[in-house]
Design a protein around this ligand. Structure first.
Ligand code: ADP
Length: 654
């Protein structure tokens, strides 16, 4: 027995070799390391993401667009005012402003999508809406004021025409003259007012112009002319339209002036600039944090690198140790293997010797049994021959007396008296033989002797059958016949034991017959030895055979003392015996187990102390030799009450 340790086990040494390999703790450590790494990397990614610059181009674009819009907004009111006065350039400039604003708004809207700015998201849509509304109102305003500026000269022309027509009208009387003069004054004043109204758009002027136009329209001088009528109607119509359109343009201008677009633009510009400033400051903060974080990570990395280098060194050390240990282990294993091989060889030799000794012991017992078995017939053959020898003396005497009588009869000089005496002697001998029935006795003695010799021949034949010494190889074997010859040889053990045979029809088994017979004999011997009470109705051994699937089942059941549970697991161990010295070797079952195992069979045991034991042997049937027949009901019980001499187990070497 040898042991080795990677290192001397110092408590708390902490070397990897000393640490217990606990897979669950290992996994949880790996999990924690992965989690920490993910968290660190996540934090790094977050900080880095926070330091990323804004889309510079978008910022520049948006800032430029906001500035341009601011400039347009600043120019807006002035241009609108100019458009009202400066008919040509004012209108042109103002009209050009509208698409410029629209274009800038669209560009701004597009650029804002490239930047995630809360100000732009929150305020830009309202601001754009306000500008679009202002633009739309401006378009209407420009149209109205353009109408006014373009129609004003025409209206003034009609004033001139009206005044001229008025002045050429005949003044028939003073009333008419006064009325015409009045109309002239009203029209002149209205013409002047219209010019001023086109510039200032004041409500009072509009009212006075409208009043004047009403007065002009309603006045009907007595001597009116067609020219006056045309001029009056055209003047009133155009004058009213110019006034109302101018009023509308004034209203629209008011709406434009009150538009919140400019303030909203300012709010957007201020908000956007503040946001940019805040973002820049935040970016700066995160940059500083990133630098610190990266430095900390580098330090951590350096620490882990250092630990790794240390672990690597330690690992190398452990590896070297392991290599040394492995080499020494290899050497020890080689030495150990050599030791084991020689031990195995020794063991095999001792096993062979053991089996041999068991065989010798069994053979010794068997020889004693056979001798005992042969002894009885031999004894009465000897006795009979002795008696024949004894009877032969009488016959020899008779033959001798006959011989003397013959010789006397052949000789001529034999006295008659002698002849008579010889006849009487022969007659006496014959009478005695007849009386004693010597010949009948002799015939009987010879017959008995022959019978004894027959018994001996039968025993020898059984012995031969049992051991099959002449056929040691594997052969087709009839299990039932094997059991029969086993019983015959174990007859001496079965005195006072009833043997019940429940034999089924079996397929043949391919096996070493002498070895399987040896197993049967061991089981029957053990069963007989386990039965302590003998006599009618006491000891019973039941032998059952059956074909079970592709196997043959042999069951040896006894109603003996049984096997205690603590003994049961050891009965197949070599040399385990509970029997007295000289009665058991403790090898019978271990050899039986080996034999059955070599035949790829099974041997099972079931026992109840006080009730009996059942050994079950399963042997594979020889499928090629004969097909397995269906299970036949077991044959009726046959009782063999042994009266033969002792015949112990015969073991042949496996
Ligand atoms: P042995 O018969 O020489 O003792 P075995 O190997 O044949 O050796 O048997 C070992 C032991 O098993 C026996 O000593 C006995 O205690 C027990 N045994 C075997 N067969 C029986 C049985 N039929 N009834 C009771 N005990 C048995």
């Amino acid at each position: 027995m040898f042991r080795f340790a990677l290192r001397p086990a110092k408590p708390g040494a902490g070397s990897p070799a000393n640490r217990p390999a606990l897979p669950i703790r290992g996994w949880s450590r790996i999990g924690a390391a992965v989690l920490v790494t993910v968290l660190l990397l996540g934090a790094l990614a977050f900080v880095y993401w926070k330091t990323r610059p804004l889309d510079e181009r978008a910022v520049v674009e948006i800032s430029g667009q906001l500035r341009a819009l601011k400039e347009l907004e600043a120019r807006w009111d002035t241009l609108l005012l100019r458009s009202a006065t400066d008919t040509e350039r004012g209108y042109e400039s103002a009209v050009n402003l509208v698409p410029m604003v629209g274009k800038t708004l669209r560009a701004l809207q597009q650029s804002s999508t490239r930047l995630s700015s809360s100000t732009l998201q929150d305020k830009l849509p309202d601001m754009i809406g306000a500008f679009q509304e202002k633009n739309a109102v401006t378009v209407r305003f420009l149209s109205e004021s353009n109408f006014v500026t373009t129609s004003l000269p025409e209206a003034q022309q009609w004033f001139i025409e009206y005044l001229s027509a008025l002045r050429t009208t005949r003044r028939v009387d003073e009333t008419t003259r006064q009325a015409l003069l009045n109309l002239d004054r009203v029209a002149t004043q209205a013409a002047a007012d219209l010019g001023a109204f086109a510039i200032d758009g004041s409500t009072e002027r509009a009212r006075s112009i409208n009043d004047a136009l009403t007065a002009i329209g309603e006045a009907r001088p007595d001597y009116t002319t067609a020219r006056l009528t045309i001029a009056r109607e055209a003047l009133v119509k155009l004058g009213r339209e110019v006034v109302s359109r101018k009023q509308l343009s004034v209203e629209l201008f008011k709406v434009i002036s009150e538009s919140t677009a400019g303030q909203e633009l300012d709010a957007v510009i201020t908000g956007f600039e503040t946001e940019l400033r805040v973002a820049a400051a935040e970016q700066q903060r995160y940059r500083t944090a990133l630098i610190w974080y990266a430095a900390a990570l580098l330090a951590l990395l350096a620490y882990f690198g250092w630990r790794l280098a240390q672990s690597y060194r330690m690992l190398n050390q452990v590896n070297d140790d392991l290599k040394d240990i492995n080499e020494s282990l290899d050497r020890r294993v080689t030495a150990r293997t050599a030791e084991l091989s020689s031990a195995l060889a020794e063991l095999q030799q001792s096993e062979t010797q053991l089996i041999q000794s068991e065989k010798m012991s069994s053979l010794g017992q068997m020889v004693a049994g056979v001798a005992h078995e042969i002894n009885t017939p031999l004894a009465y053959v000897k006795n009979n021959l002795g008696m024949v020898d004894d009877r032969l003396g009488t016959i020899v005497d008779l033959i001798e007396h006959f011989d003397q009588l013959l010789r006397m009869l052949q000789s001529t000089d034999t006295p008659e008296q002698q002849l008579r005496e010889q006849f009487a002697r022969v007659d006496r001998d014959l009478e005695a033989m007849r009386n004693r029935n010597t010949l009948g006795e002799l015939a009987l003695l010879v017959q008995d002797g022959l019978h004894g010799i027959d018994r001996i021949a039968e025993i020898v034949l059984n012995l031969k059958d049992f051991s099959r010494l002449d056929r040691l190889k594997v052969q087709v074997f009839d299990v039932n016949q094997g059991l029969e010859s086993t019983l015959l040889l174990a007859r001496h053990l079965l005195k006072g034991v009833e043997v019940r045979k429940l034999f089924g029809t079996l397929p043949p088994v391919l096996c070493a017959a002498s070895q399987v017979n040896q197993v049967f004999l061991n089981l029957v011997t053990n069963a007989a030895q386990a039965i302590e009470e003998r006599g009618p109705g006491a000891g019973l051994i039941t032998l059952t055979t059956k074909a079970v699937g592709h196997s043959v089942m042999i069951e040896v059941r006894d109603n003996g003392k049984g096997i205690p549970p603590d003994v049961l697991p050891r009965i197949f161990d070599p040399f385990f015996t509970t029997k007295d010295t000289g009665k058991g070797t403790g090898l019978g079952l271990s050899i039986s187990f080996k034999i059955i195992d070599q035949h790829r069979g099974k041997i099972l045991v079931h026992s109840r102390p006080g009730e009996g034991t059942t050994f079950t042997v399963l042997l594979p049937a020889n499928q090629s030799a004969a097909s397995v027949e269906d299970d036949d009901p077991p044959a009726p019980a046959a009782t063999a009450d042994g009266s033969a001499p002792t015949m112990p187990a015969a073991l042949s070497a496996p």
